[in-house]
Design a binder for this molecule. Structure first.
Ligand code: Q9C
Ligand code: ZN
Length: 679
């Protein structure tokens, strides 16, 4: 399997710059690139990447997407004087030419292609290209919005041709709508384009009707264009995460791309003068982490916008750090999407219901009540405190954000344990099946275990036999609690007791919120740490007795015969609850009669690494080597295995999730994805 992260940067792309006064274009400065690269050096990230040189994209490659007229106009600007440059620039909406622009734009295109080649050839697993000018507004025949050639669109078309790819996902998290990319692929079902963007009911640039949620693609491409318009400024971490849980991820996993490209604009981050949003740099680590679970990890991130230098550069660093496999920082702030975000999410889910199986049981009855596009929320908005209206407009605010970020980054960045996953290994035979990076730790000494148990856990541990099985779990847990490793696996013949001890031990150690996920038949030993532990029990049989506690959730789920219908439960329920809870440790226990396949468990683990700074203790009851191996791989960050043919969840399962969601969304707010219920 491929490993490593490519980084592509060429200083030459800083030579493209604005030569005259233009208040619209003056934010697209060369420092965007150099500052980001400096910050990467500062965090010692450059030296951990595989530095791949950029190259010029060829004319032929540019013509994959653009007209020859457009190419010729761009080419002709190389020898123009300032006056002529200004005149040609004036032919476009928000673009400026410099004599070096054509050359830079060709390098920007080539950088993207070098990245695609590095990933597709297996030289690296993923990577990022820092480029200027950006690309996603550029159209077949026109420059637009600081963009000359559409770098990402060309990369997608190139990947299709050169590697015969049939499914490419483009995620555009820039705060502007990449209308250029939409136009290029709107009839093409092989490219799924997702974009969220500041829209404000069409008031915000580029103010197009076709940026709204009902632009779903054309002809054979229907369903492969997903627009999520933000109708308010101030969207933050929880709004972005909700968009991923309830729109992008379910559809993306159903689409099952062979390659993921990101139109990676950071003007959707806090402090940006264009976006006016509130998302902090750490959210980009999460977004990146989610996308790394697709396409066997083949992820190419290509820079687009981002105009607050500090915010931009920190966000770039969070992205690259995550691509490198570092633990994901804990997300900050209240975990509740705002009403306006929920409304947008609901609308786009409804608009795409005809095209995606994961949405086929969506309730769209609300649509009939809307004669025009809904502004209904302005009226029903009962909780204005979660709505945001303030706009940052002046330099003072920009400086405030800078100070905030300075502090914030110090808080969220933590030292990475050099070896990340711990396990105790029973036999030589099992040792060689586990990933090499696993750190083998010695079981805790029996006398120590006895002393510990008799002092604090005697009520949980009544048999000597059970005592014996705690040695492995306690040794691994200790390494996690003391931050020597990030996560670990313990085998235990008595998982429920091991987990009960692990939970109480972690709480005693000082953890305030431990998320515990049980998979399979297991006796749940009630805990006395109420509130500090949240349990989700995934099993076939209904566990009725304990459902009255708000910190015990029973999710009755049996994976379908074809497997992999688990996505809907993961994205629609488990992740939203887990992110709402903001755990600082995750414990997952897999017992007998598990109702999930190994793939489902791997996916779940891969995704749970996004929580609690990736701290996970996995306790596995039966010594099933396949399962052990997959869990170990997921914990060290290997990409999730292929899922096979997509199997939609049955209507009954969708209903089950919905009932749980309606029941619990007041408590766990990230579950909210429609305004009809519960608000
Ligand atoms: N009144 C990127 O972020 N604003 N481009 C034009 C006209 C243009 C943004 C405002 C913003 C372009 C790649
Ligand atoms: Zn932008």
């Amino acid at each position: 399997m491929a490993s490593g992260t490519a980084l592509i940067y060429d200083e030459e792309m800083t030579s493209h710059r604005l030569l005259w006064n233009d208040p619209i274009c003056d934010i697209e400065v060369p420092e965007r690139l150099s500052f980001s690269y400096e910050q990467l050096k500062c965090y010692h990230l450059v030296e951990r990447c595989v530095c791949v040189p950029a190259r010029e994209g060829s004319e032929e490659e540019i013509l994959l997407v653009h007209s020859s007229e457009h190419l010729e106009v761009a080419k002709s600007t190389q020898t123009m004087n300032e006056e002529e440059l200004k005149r040609v620039s004036g032919n476009y909406d928000a673009f400026f030419f410099h004599p070096s622009t054509y050359r830079c734009a060709r390098i920007a295109v080539g950088a993207g292609l070098q990245l695609v080649d590095s990933v597709m050839s297996g030289k690296v697993c993923n990577g990022m290209a820092l480029v200027r000018p950006p690309g996603h507004h550029s159209q077949r025949n026109a420059a637009n919005g600081f963009c000359l050639f559409n770098n990402v669109a060309i990369a997608a078309e190139y990947a299709k041709r050169k590697y015969g790819l049939q499914r490419i996902l483009i995620v555009d998290w820039d705060v502007h709508h990449g209308q250029g990319t939409q136009y290029i692929f709107e009839e093409d079902p092989s490219v799924l384009y997702f974009s969220w963007h500041r829209y404000e009911h069409q008031e915000f640039w580029p103010s197009l009707k076709e940026s709204d949620y009902d632009a779903v693609g054309l002809g054979r491409g229907k369903g492969s264009n997903i627009n999520l318009p933000w109708n308010k400024v101030g969207m933050g971490n929880s709004d972005y995460l909700a968009a991923f849980f309830h729109v992008l991820l379910p559809v993306a996993f159903e689409f099952d791309p062979e390659l993921v490209l990101v139109s990676s604009g950071y003007d959707s981050g806090i402090g940006d003068p264009e976006g006016q949003m509130n998302a902090t740099p750490d959210v980009f680590a999460h977004l990146t982490h989610f996308l790394m679970q697709l396409a066997n990890g083949k992820l190419c991130v290509i820079l687009e916008g981002g105009y607050h230098l500090k915010s931009l550069s920190e966000s770039v660093c969070m992205t690259v750090k995550t691509l490198l496999g570092d633990p994901v920082p804990q997300i900050t702030g209240e975990m509740a999407p705002c009403l306006s975000a929920i409304e947008s999410i609901q609308n786009v889910r409804a608009a795409h219901k005809p095209y995606w199986k994961c949405l086929m049981y969506e309730d769209t009855s609300f649509l009939q009540n809307l004669s025009t596009k809904s502004h209904l929320l302005e009226k029903v908005n009962t909780n204005p405190s979660t709505e945001h209206e303030s706009k940052i407009t002046n330099k003072d605010e920009m400086v405030k954000v800078e100070r905030f970020l300075e502090l914030h980054m110090k808080n969220i960045l933590f030292p990475v344990p050099p070896i990340k996953t711990a396990a105790t290994i029973e036999s030589e035979a099992s040792a060689h099946l586990l990933p090499l990076s696993i750190r083998v730790v010695k079981e805790m000494d029996m006398n120590e275990v006895k002393a510990l148990v008799s002092a604090f856990y005697a009520d949980l541990v009544k048999e000597d036999e059970t005592l014996l099985s705690l040695g492995s779990m306690l040794a691994v847990l200790d390494k996690i609690l003391t931050k020597q490793v990030c996560n670990g696996i313990a085998e235990s013949p008595t998982a429920s007791v091991s987990v009960a001890v692990a939970l109480r031990h972690s709480v005693r150690f000082g953890f305030q919120r431990v998320l515990c996920i049980f998979v399979g038949d297991m006796e749940i030993i009630p805990n006395t740490e109420d509130g500090r532990i949240l349990m989700i029990h995934i099993c076939e049989k209904q566990q009725s007795e304990k459902t009255n506690s708000k910190h015990y959730i029973s999710l009755n789920w049996k994976e379908g015969a074809e497997g992999n219908d688990f996505f809907s439960a993961v994205f629609g329920f488990i992740l939203p609850v887990a992110y709402s809870y903001q755990a600082n440790l995750t414990v997952i226990a897999v017992g007998p009669n598990r109702s999930l396949g190994i793939n489902g468990i791997s996916l779940l683990l891969g995704l749970l690494r996004g929580l609690a700074e990736s701290r996970i203790l996995a306790v596995i009851e039966n010594t099933e080597m396949n399962l052990m191996q997959s869990v170990a791989k997921a914990l060290v960050g290997d990409s999730t295995p292929d899922f096979g043919v997509y199997a939609p969840p049955t209507q009954e399962k969708v209903r089950k999730i919905k009932i749980l969601r309606d029941q619990l969304q007041q408590e766990w707010k990230m579950l909210q994805c429609s305004v009809k219920n519960g608000i």
